[in-house]
Design a protein around this ligand. Structure first.
Ligand code: PMP
Length: 413
């Protein structure tokens, strides 16, 4: 930048024209176009939240797509636990866990989580994103080779960028493709880590954990599983995907969030005591970020205890999910083979997806579309999910809306 020149006989610094770094910043043109057409589906602000329904601009909508799978964000005991923690500790931990932010509550939650997911030790992060990113950035090292499922969440992809790791991608849920890469890399130095998920956040597919674990073991690779959407949902008592497949000891590290079934915000990693202690002392997203506040910890702890002692929340969720999946399939929708509470409804191109969203909105159904690049071209979908908080009348309203809009837009015949 800058150049020296002589002006009027004096040497001075003549700078290049200043470019305003913000001058060209604007939301993607697609967003402007969608807004102009009244087809902009994002950032809808809710005035009230009742679990299964919300109020936006004075109108009540049935909310689909929430991650509150067991409806516990509204549970009176969870809210009371958070209130009590605010009264006792205030709103912020005001320091990193490393220094002045660790509460006994953090350690209690970590001990109960470790016991729940069947690992020696657990570590709580201020966001799920930070935990999963650290599981890549910190464990990945620079010398290991990392293998990602093609549908892995952005937090893992960004974790690889944080540490300049060497990421490789295998076809979604395809252990044979993973094996192809591992074989190709034979002879490369470093260890191997495979990253997968218990439930994939867009397709709703349950991870092919048994197949992935089997291949990983044969090639001496470690396995890390992001169970953000599976904690509280899969497994005999909601312990997660590793328990669902009876592979608790075969998944080396479990990553989870509190922002879904655990009714709060924050995240965790669980594994052997050595691995977790290493992360505790080296993970930058953990060390250089303020500790999770007391009300959030208390809420997650209460939600965890409820999940462990009251299986009925999970049972109710599955009965609602099964009801919706079956009815949507009967109507003729393609649900991309989802086998979880996340139920994507394939609608096709981007314009159809936006019109579909608008049609649902007019029927007072809140459901957001997933568009490219989040999904492949021509594979836009409406991402729904169903949970314990939905009542039958809510679900029927959603089905009627999907049928009406699906027929009008010829997504179903
Ligand atoms: N992993 C997956 C699979 C997710 O879907 C998400 C968020 N939706 C995260 C990690 C990050 O979790 P959080 O929102 O709690 O930061």
């Amino acid at each position: 930048m800058g150049d020296t020149a002589t002006i009027g006989g004096a040497s001075s610094l003549v700078r290049e024209p200043v470019v305003d770094a913000f001058a060209d910043l604007r939301a993607p043109r697609r967003a402007d176009q969608a807004r102009a057409l009244g087809l902009y589906p994002y950032f809808k602000a809710m005035a009230r939240h009742g679990g299964g329904t919300v109020v936006v601009d004075g109108e009540q909508y049935v909310l689909t797509g929430s991650n509150d799978y067991l409806g516990l964000t509204q549970d009176a005991r969870v809210r009371q636990a958070a209130r009590a923690a605010v009264d006792e500790f205030g709103m912020s931990a005001s320091g990193s866990r490393f220094l002045t932010g660790t509460l006994e509550l953090h350690e209690t939650l970590e001990a109960e989580l470790a016991d729940f997911v069947g690992k020696e030790s657990a570590l709580v992060f201020s966001a799920g994103f930070l935990g999963t990113a650290a599981a890549v950035a910190t464990l990945g090292g620079r010398h290991n080779v990392l293998y990602f499922d093609d549908q892995n969440h952005a937090s893992m992809i960004d974790g690889a960028r944080m540490a300049a790791n060497r990421p490789r991608r295998f076809e979604h849920n395809d252990a044979a493709d993973l094996e192809r890469l591992l074989k190709e890399d034979e002879g490369l130095p470093g260890g191997r880590i495979v990253y997968t998920e218990g439930i994939f956040s867009m397709s709703g597919h349950i991870g092919a954990i048994p197949e992935v674990v089997e291949v990983a073991r044969r090639y001496g690779a470690r396995v890390v599983c992001d169970d953000a959407h599976a904690t509280g949902v899969l497994g005999p008592r909601g312990e997660g995907s590793h328990a669902h497949f009876d592979l608790v000891d075969d998944v080396d590290v479990v990553a989870g969030t509190f922002s879904k079934a655990l009714a709060s915000v924050g995240g965790f990693l669980a594994g052997t005591a050595d691995v977790i202690d290493y992360i505790r002392h080296t993970a930058r997203p953990f060390i250089f970020s303020t500790a999770l506040p007391a009300p959030n910890i208390a809420a997650s702890l209460e939600a965890l205890r409820i999940i462990r002692s009251e299986p009925e929340h999970r049972e109710q969720m599955w009965s609602k999910v099964d009801f919706m999946r079956q009815n949507l399939l009967d109507l003729g929708f393609d649900l991309l083979g989802s086998d979880s509470p996340i139920v994507p409804v394939l609608v096709g191109d981007e314009s159809t997806a936006l019109q579909f969203w608008r049609g649902l909105w007019e029927e007072k159904v809140f459901a957001t579309p997933a568009l490219p690049p989040a999904v492949a071209q021509g594979r836009s979908l409406i991402r729904t999910s169903f949970n314990t908080a939905h009542r039958l009348e809510h679900l029927e309203r959603v089905l009627e809306a999907f049928e009406k809009v699906g027929r009008a837009l010829r997504v179903i015949s």
